[in-house]
Ligand binder design. Structure first.
Ligand code: NDP
Ligand code: PYC
Length: 331
């Protein structure tokens, strides 16, 4: 694979320019470019520039409205809904997350339901936003059928990511963000592009046979992580991101999608909790005592730590040259 060096501002500008050239207004382009830049900065490679071709396809087919204005509604004293009006998820999040944070800091616990959005990004930006404001949170979204539920060889679940973050005042938050499949589809596609094999157990080919060839898995099914346990979490994500928001389950998203290769319409749920209100005074010290024990164990690291270390590096990033050429060809 050939790579080209891009500075972080070149990454932001390339994403921003491409979005503007393909029908986004400034607010939508800014929200997307910011999420792409932050993914590359932190080393979330499968959800940064790699996603631009899909974003562009969705704009060009008209599935996503690059000029959408998300609409916010307060559904109850602790529930906010943002209707993305066919936007990509980041702009709807930019509208909803500050309100969610305000509400959870007042009440101790609140939820944000995002509907009519197209989610193609990592989820840690949502949960870290809340952790930076002293809140614990959980976010999840569904996708399109990619993963066979435990016991089956047929795909029904999306790769259904879930992120959790916990605030640590004065320190980086604890934050995990993971697909509930053995591997995110983006990483499988990158492995196929780069000619790498994947571990046995990642997925099955179209005949239901285990394989280490990512292209064959892409034509077959991914498996949930951890067998029936990961499958149960993927099921929970379908129910929370679609059943609870009223948006599409992964199978419905696929049935109603135009197949342009961009992200389908769906929902996302974000729950926020205030340790200050729920646990009360002293929660930080209590948790730090636990974290000291955890991090004192040989071989243990805090989820999110890899990204937070990458973030300290303000230098250029090495990006796949073909990908840059493809993105530049979009205008
Ligand atoms: P990974 O398997 O790479 O990582 C999952 C989590 O585990 C991360 O928080 C990571 O932290 C943490 N972790 C990894 N290794 C260790 C370790 N040794 N000790 C402690 N923690 C560790 O993520 P996935 O490949 O499953 O997902 C990648 C991305 O894909 C996610 O950001 C997800 O949101 C996104 N995605 C988005 C979808 C969508 O529909 N929008 C669908 C599916 C996935 P760290 O980052 O610090 O390594
Ligand atoms: O990597 O599985 C994935 C994915 C699906 C939608 C966005 N990312």
């Amino acid at each position: 694979m050939t790579t080209t060096s891009l500075t972080l501002s070149e990454i932001y500008n390339l994403a921003h320019k491409t979005m503007l050239a393909n029908g986004c207004d400034e607010a939508n382009a800014e929200a997307l470019a910011d999420i792409i830049y932050r993914a590359e900065r932190d080393g979330s490679h499968s959800h940064g520039l790699f996603r631009i071709p899909g974003y562009v396809k969705a704009l060009r087919s008209g599935k996503v409205d690059g000029k959408a204005k998300p609409k916010i509604t307060k559904k109850s004293s602790v529930i906010i809904q943002v209707d993305g009006n066919s936007s990509f998820a980041p702009l709807a999040q930019a509208v909803g997350l500050p309100e969610l944070s305000k509400l959870a800091l007042e009440t101790g616990l609140a939820a944000l339901s995002l509907t009519n959005v197209h989610h193609f990004a990592a989820l840690w930006p949502e949960t870290e936003f809340l952790a930076d404001r002293g809140l614990a949170s959980i976010a999840c979204t569904a996708y399109m059928p990619t993963v066979a539920p435990a016991g089956s060889k047929e795909k029904l679940f999306g790769t259904n990511p879930i992120s959790f973050a916990w605030p640590r005042p004065g320190k980086n938050p604890i934050c995990f963000d993971m697909a509930t499949s053995s591997m995110a589809l983006g990483d499988l596609q990158i492995a196929a592009r780069d000619g790498n094999q994947v571990p046995l157990g990642t997925g099955l080919d179209k005949d239901g046979l285990a394989t280490t060839d990512p292209a064959k898995i892409a034509a077959g099914v991914l498996l949930p992580f951890g067998g029936y346990k990961g499958s149960a979490i993927a099921l929970m994500v379908e129910l929370l991101a679609a059943g609870l928001t009223g948006e599409q389950f992964s199978y419905e998203a696929k049935n109603n999608d135009n197949g342009d290769g961009g992200p389908p319409r769906g929902g996302e749920i974000v729950f926020a909790f205030s340790p200050e209100i729920i646990a009360g005074n002293g929660w930080e010290l209590h948790v730090e005592g636990f974290m000291e024990k955890l991090c004192g164990l040989d071989g243990v690291r805090v989820p999110g730590e890899r990204r937070h270390k990458n973030r300290l590096d303000k230098g250029p990033r090495m990006i796949n040259t073909d990908l840059i050429q493809t993105i530049k060809s979009f205008g």
